[in-house]
Design a protein around this ligand. Sequence first.
Ligand code: 13P
Length: 249
Amino acid sequence: MRRKLIAANWKMHKTPDEARAFVRDFAPLVANQNRDDIALFPPFISIPATIEAVAGTRIGVGAQNMHWEKQGAFTGEISAAMLICIGCSHVIIGHSERRQYFLETDVAVNRKLRGALEDGLLAIVCVGELFEERESGLTEGVLRRQVGAALREISGQDVDKFCIAYEPVWAIGTGKTATPQIASDAHAFIRAEAAKEIGDEAASKLRILYGGSVKPENAHDLMSQEQIDGALVGGASLDPKSFAAIVKW
Ligand code: 13P
């Protein structure tokens, strides 16, 4: 049985004060929820405030990006080792917005995953097709390429240290959610592709999250699917009540 992870990707939202206020309101709402793992991903500068605010709860805190090297001449970058030293436990890698706007490549995603595993951050690696790719029947080809590249030279023994998030780009911030069937089919395909890299047994343990317009209203239908091992939530995670309702799916 794979334990689900419900994660809030705040993207470029919430100052340290706003992050503290969120946790103050959110933590009591989910204090009795032990069924799934919960993690918050604030912008870098709000990570310390969030970590302080969640102390004593079972909520994890992570970064939305990282560099694969431990240190060096990489202006503007932050390493996994640095994230760990301030108490981060998780990291998002290869979000479609990073791929789209910051030209992150499949090779960079693989390097980042290897860096995260080496240093001990739980990584969520994002994959997903564009609208035009789905329309042109290219979804499986895109997922095969992204999953294959991301998991290159990754050991099946590390399968409990990373997840994949299937985030179809056409569903992100658009209000268009993948149906539970579309998401389940994509997850099954991703699992089969992951098995080619990490082996069948490890792939059966791999957590595959869904992201893209997850809301309190659709969380139950999506999270009850056998293939869906959690959610990566953007817009609907910014409000404590709304994210708590998703956690309670
Ligand atoms: P939305 O939930 O706003 O569609 O964003 C999804 C996402 O990109 C999470 O990483």
